[in-house]
Design a protein around this ligand. Structure first.
Ligand SMILES: NC(=O)c1ccc[n+]([C@@H]2O[C@H](COP(=O)([O-])OP(=O)(O)OC[C@H]3O[C@@H](n4cnc5c(N)ncnc54)[C@H](O)[C@@H]3O)[C@@H](O)[C@H]2O)c1
Length: 390
């Protein structure tokens, strides 16, 4: 990074799973990529002083605060990075944008369409003043996914006919796994649908360039009561005393039609034993197919139907070449990337957009679009899986 590069003061709210991942993103991005702004990790926010000060030290933040509203007043903060549960997204993002701070907000954008609409209009008003907001659909920044989007945009798949998207995990397949905020509708808005289904909706739309126009869905809660958690970290926790209700869906399955005339299927569940973070995306077009699985995240499978049938077959592309998206900044070919690199790339893309005074993607409008799809699935499921427009 050049001496004299202007600074971007960052405040991050929340310091657990996403807080750790975003800290890694901000810390590493300027060390591997030439950035037009120098991100500075100024302050992390949490409610418990002892814990947040330990997190500041551990993750490399210069200071800490125990009330998120205080960082909105600080002149050395240019961007607020929201890494807390969904029930706080709308309030923090809206106030931060009004205070003139850029915002990076974790997904799903909000817990309801009404909140997401309010956030999108706050973002639209702020953008006129050169203040921008982005939602954290991080998996867009996985190089193999970015390459898939490039191949589709270049026409290598022709007309897109099918999208098959799954997000499979197993962290609550055990019926004794304790409650967490992710199983509480007040905090999370919905269950597997919003937590992981939101990602595959975004990925399907990002890779194909289509939008979903209608859905038919089914939601199910298999385990309606669980032990109350004593302690929770990341996706795991330990059970304490007593039991409480699960108020969200455990799994979501839905079909959809897209603006480009494709048929799409989606499955999001945390009950798929053995599948840890299996984001699977398969796209079939008139000229070929693509297939991706996050559990083998450095690989993209591509079938080119224009090749002679005698030798055609799925090609296993190891997405680690210098000409692949983001890879020029990293290691020699074959020296793969991991989960955290998506957060580094997210910081890189955001910083470039801000330096160029342009809207970073995915915007809050795109986050609102995903929220509308999720809402249509909920309405469809409540109405006997009837066809529901977005
Ligand atoms: N992009 C991704 O791939 C991805 C992955 C996981 C989670 N997420 C999203 O990130 C967000 C956070 O999820 P997580 O897994 O990090 O949760 P988490 O439970 O690990 O962390 C939540 C953090 O929020 C803090 N917090 C809660 N209320 C607060 C308040 N009033 N003031 C300050 N801090 C508060 C908690 O102390 C904790 O540090 C959610 O919106 C989630 O959907 C995104």
């Amino acid at each position: 990074m050049q001496p004299g590069t202007p600074r971007l003061g960052v405040a991050m709210i929340g310091y657990a799973f996403m807080g750790a991942a975003h800290s890694q993103g901000w810390r590493v991005a300027p060390r591997f990529f030439d950035l037009p702004l120098r991100p500075e990790m100024r302050v992390v926010v949490g409610r418990d002083e002892a814990r947040v000060s330990a997190a500041a030290q551990r993750f490399g933040w210069a200071g800490y605060e125990t009330d998120w509203r205080r960082v909105l007043q600080r002149e050395d903060v240019d961007l607020v990075d929201i890494c807390v549960p969904g029930d706080l997204h709308a309030q923090i993002a809206t106030e931060a944008l009004q205070a003139g701070k850029h915002v990076l907000c974790e997904k799903p954008l909000a817990n309801t369409v009404a909140e997401a609409e309010q956030m999108a209009s706050a973002a639209e008003a702020a953008a006129v003043r050169g203040v921008f907001a982005m939602v954290g659909f991080t998996y867009r920044r996985v190089p193999a996914i970015a390459l898939a989007a490039q191949l589709v945009a270049e026409g290598r798949l022709g007309t897109i006919r099918h999208v098959r998207a799954q997000y499979l995990q197993d962290w609550i397949a055990d019926e004794q796994a304790p409650l967490s905020w992710r199983l509480d509708k007040e905090k999370a808005g919905s269950g597997a649908l919003g937590d992981i289904g939101a990602h595959i909706v975004d990925l399907a739309q990002f890779v194909t360039g289509h939008h979903i126009i209608g859905v038919s869905g089914m939601l199910e809660t298999f385990v309606t009561e669980r032990p109350v958690a004593a302690e929770h970290a990341g996706l795991s926790g330990t059970a304490g005393g007593g039991r409480g209700p699960v108020t969200v869906d455990d799994a979501a399955v839905f079909t959809a039609r897209t603006t480009g005339g494709a048929l799409a299927t989606f499955e999001a569940t945390r009950f798929a034993w053995g599948r840890k973070n299996a984001i699977r995306l398969e796209v079939n077009g008139s000229k070929g197919s693509l297939a991706f699985d996050f559990e083998d995240m450095n690989v993209l499978h591509f079938f080119d139907a224009t090749e002679p049938a005698r030798t055609a077959g799925f090609r296993r592309i190891v997405v680690t070449e210098g000409e692949h998206p983001y890879l020029a900044a990293w290691w020699p070919p074959g020296h793969g990337l991991g989960y955290e690199h998506g957060f580094v790339h997210q910081a890189v893309d955001l910083v470039h957009a801000l330096a160029e005074n342009r809207q970073p993607e995915p915007s809050f409008a795109e986050g609102l679009n995903v929220q509308r799809v999720l809402d249509a699935v909920v309405r469809s499921s409540a109405n006997g899986s009837s066809w529901t427009t977005v």
